[in-house]
Design a binder for this molecule. Structure first.
Ligand code: ZN
Length: 432
């Protein structure tokens, strides 16, 4: 064999080995694909650049079923350790005039994209532990997030999802683990889905000897953080904390983690759904079964003179901190205004001290005739206007577009809201 031929063979062998090494270090990536056929999922207008590993998308959802700002899907075909790029734009679907922020004409137009674009996207590899991405970057109409993917599939969403299955699991597990909690069904939705409700009471006091407390979340399906706040409230209430035991013994608590169960299940936004959404449905003729059932039970508490604390949980506009919505003082008689302000004071004292910080304003915003034509049909307003003289009825909006708007942050808000409820009721004359 000539020297030249030996050199060629060695060179060929080295190239082959080098090629194998290269192949081992950088295996050919699987094609990325998007999956959105599961509970709560929503995505539309997907385009994938398989070479650059860039996914373009916008929120899905039918505008007739609420603002198309919620998105949630799974990416398959991920090479663990690779970094994906998510490019989000606002939905191009048109919505009603009220929904198009800033619009003063009667034209329909797309929803402002800011509702769909958190500063940080949320992701998970197991649908249990949800984390934030780094802060996204605006690029024209796009919001661009960098996603560090550690498994072959990764779930991404607007915020931490909270699905009907999670609601029924929460209620069932809390009831299994506590003799003081019962898993109930508020009602069946128009879509035939079960609407889970937790009922909590401890000890021998009769119903008449108990304060009535009603907590509900998610009359607007896209506001997933509000269900996490409800979860934090429920978990604290059933904890070993002595104050939690006091509240269980002196009150009867009803807690509904998801009101608009159908739109939550189908990944629709819910807000401004037709003919109107759940939180514009508290009238003499409600159309949603959840509203009918909740209104009936709340009315029973009012008739018994023990509708003490009604809390309706939401997430606010993108730039807002947490805050309470209240009715104009002149629309309410005393002692309602004074008691309400005392409850707000107690809540602010607790929630504003959460570490890490979940920013909250101690200046409530006002609803009323100037806020919305259907202002009387907003749940907290309806309960205040129909309640007992001492009823405290409030809407709490919890900040969603902040670094601590996480599952832990939301649960801390709920736990502190529950503690504030105990603080407040501890000042009230005991029910005999
Ligand atoms: Zn809302």
């Amino acid at each position: 064999m000539s020297l030249t031929r030996i050199v060629r063979l060695v060179f060929a062998a080295c190239s082959l080995l080098a090629g194998l090494n290269i192949h081992r270090a950088l295996p050919a990536a699987e094609p990325l694909s998007l999956v959105a056929d599961f509970e709560g999922a929503s995505v539309d207008a997907v385009r994938i650049d398989q070479t650059k590993r860039v996914i373009e998308f916008m929120p899905g959802g039918e505008p007739a079923r609420g603002w198309p700002c919620w998105w949630y899907f799974r990416v398959d075909g991920v090479q663990p350790g690779e970094t994906l790029t998510l490019k989000l734009k606002g939905s191009s679907a048109t919505v009603s005039r009220e929904a198009a922020a800033g619009s003063t004409t009667s034209m329909v137009r797309p929803l402002s994209s800011v509702w769909a674009m958190p500063k940080q996207a949320t992701f998970s590899h197991d649908q249990k532990a949800w984390r934030h991405t780094d802060v996204g970057q605006r690029d024209g109409e796009w919001m661009v997030y960098t996603l560090p993917a550690q498994a072959e599939s990764v779930y991404v969403a607007w915020g931490p999802p909270f699905t009907p299955t999670m609601a029924s699991d929460l209620v069932r597990k809390l009831a299994e683990n506590s003799p003081h909690a019962t898993a109930r069904e508020l009602c069946r939705s128009r879509g035939g889905r079960s609407v889970p409700m937790l009922h909590v009471r401890e000890g021998d006091r009769t119903d008449e000897q108990r304060f009535g407390v009603w907590v509900q979340a998610r009359q607007h399906a896209w506001e997933s953080g509000s269900s996490w706040v409800a979860r934090g409230f429920a978990e604290w209430l059933l904890s070993a904390d002595a104050d939690a035991a006091w509240l269980r013994q002196h009150a009867e608590v009803f807690l509904v983690p998801i009101m608009d169960i159908d739109n939550t299940a189908t990944g629709n936004g819910g807000k401004d759904a037709l003919p109107h959404d759940h939180n514009r449905d508290w009238s003499d003729q409600p159309v949603w079964t959840e509203t009918i059932a909740a209104q009936t039970r709340v009315s029973e508490l009012i008739e018994a003179g023990r509708m003490d604390v009604f809390l309706d949980l939401h997430n606010p506009a993108p730039g807002d901190p947490s805050f309470f919505y209240v009715l104009d003082d002149e629309l309410l008689p005393e002692p309602m205004v004074g008691l309400r302000d005392r409850f707000i004071e107690k809540s602010y004292a607790r929630i504003s001290r959460i570490k890490p910080l979940v920013p909250m304003s101690n200046k409530p915003k006002t609803t009323g005739p100037k806020y919305h034509p259907l202002w009387k049909n907003i749940s907290a307003n309806w309960v205040a206007l129909h309640g007992n003289p001492h009823t405290v009825s409030l809407c709490l909006e919890t900040i969603w577009n902040y670094q601590n708007s996480t599952t832990d942050g939301y649960r801390a808000v709920g736990a502190n809201l529950a503690q504030a409820t105990r603080d407040y009721l501890g000042e009230r004359p005991p029910r005999k």
